[in-house]
Write a protein that binds this ligand. Structure first.
Ligand code: CO
Length: 306
């Protein structure tokens, strides 16, 4: 009996030892023995489509400033998702070169980042946003890489975002706007189902301002839709405001350009005088604050169990 008890105790001891070792491995002790244990290092990767238009980068600079203020001590990186823009910048003298989202994440992996928030600077969750989100997720939990990557939402991604955007967009309207004059926020637009955010925003804008309209360059509402409304309401003057993060090519050509097909030229021909603002929404603090809050939400996700 005593012999058996002794053997049992020995077995138990061996079991406990094995369990202890296993627990140690699970806690990363074994990895530490190989010098692989990484101290926590958080980063933010801002991903924009990119622009090569001079001066348009002011929007990105402003967003960067706000993000740094909101997350002191968290390292910030940039990536441009447009290959055409990246190549253009690489070929230019004195231009700031940008990595692709995948290259930026690979570099962050090598630099020992353990947690990364990827924040796309898109307006809606369309094609560009989803492509970046997919790339980002592929880097989450990669062996010896970033433990967790969380993607922040674009400017408009919920009903609350629409209500909030409708509220703050009034702040980018020039002060000289007189009663009876309209404002038209012109966004990119897409064939992607996420285009619904534009008519969605129109609904909340109309609750606050009967002469505030949303239009898009490549989706719906179209220029013809907006023109019909302005004509119906006998509007004589409209302010054209970009509803894009940066005032790049679409703003300078499609919206405010002097070409016959631009929004400005088309509406002017229809008897509606146009005043175009050449600033992206990223240059407005209250609008950019929506992206910053989406980074905050993503940061909170980093600390919740998967
Ligand atoms: Co475009």
């Amino acid at each position: 009996m005593r012999r058996i008890a002794h053997a049992t105790v020995k077995k138990l001891f061996a079991l406990l030892l094995a369990a202890g070792l296993l627990a140690g491995i699970a806690a990363g002790d074994a990895a530490a023995a190989h010098g692989d244990a990484k101290p926590e290092k958080r980063g933010i990767l801002l991903v924009a489509f990119g622009t090569s238009v001079e001066g348009a980068g002011a929007a990105y600079t402003n967003i960067e400033k706000l993000v740094k203020e909101a997350f002191p001590g968290v390292e910030l990186r940039w990536a441009y998702s447009s290959m055409i823009i990246r190549r253009k910048l690489a070929a230019e003298k004195n231009a700031v070169e940008r990595d692709s989202p995948a290259l930026a994440l690979a570099k962050m992996m090598d630099e020992g980042f353990t947690e990364v928030v990827v924040q796309p600077l898109q307006t809606i969750p369309g094609q560009e946003f989803n492509a970046t989100a997919e790339t980002a997720r592929a880097f989450s939990g990669m062996p010896k890489g970033v433990r967790r990557v969380v993607v922040g939402m674009p400017l408009l991604s919920s009903t609350q975002d629409l209500e909030r955007a409708a509220g703050v967009l009034a702040s980018i309207v020039p002060k000289e706007r007189a009663p009876g004059e309209a404002v038209v926020y012109v966004g990119h637009g897409t064939h992607h189902p996420a285009n619904v955010y534009y008519p969605g925003l129109q609904y909340y804008l109309q609750k606050k301002d009967k002469l505030a309209f949303v239009g898009t360059v490549e989706g719906s509402p179209t220029l013809a839709d907006v023109q019909a409304e302005l004509t119906r309401l006998k509007v004589k003057k409209a302010y054209l405001l970009p509803f894009l993060a940066v005032a790049g090519d679409h703003v300078h050509n499609d919206i405010a350009g002097d070409g016959p097909d631009s929004w400005k030229s088309t509406l002017t021909r229809a008897g509606i005088a146009c005043a175009a603002v050449l600033k992206g929404t990223g240059e407005s603090d209250p609008v950019a604050a929506i992206w910053v809050d989406h980074i905050k939400a993503a940061m909170e996700q980093l600390t919740t169990p998967q």
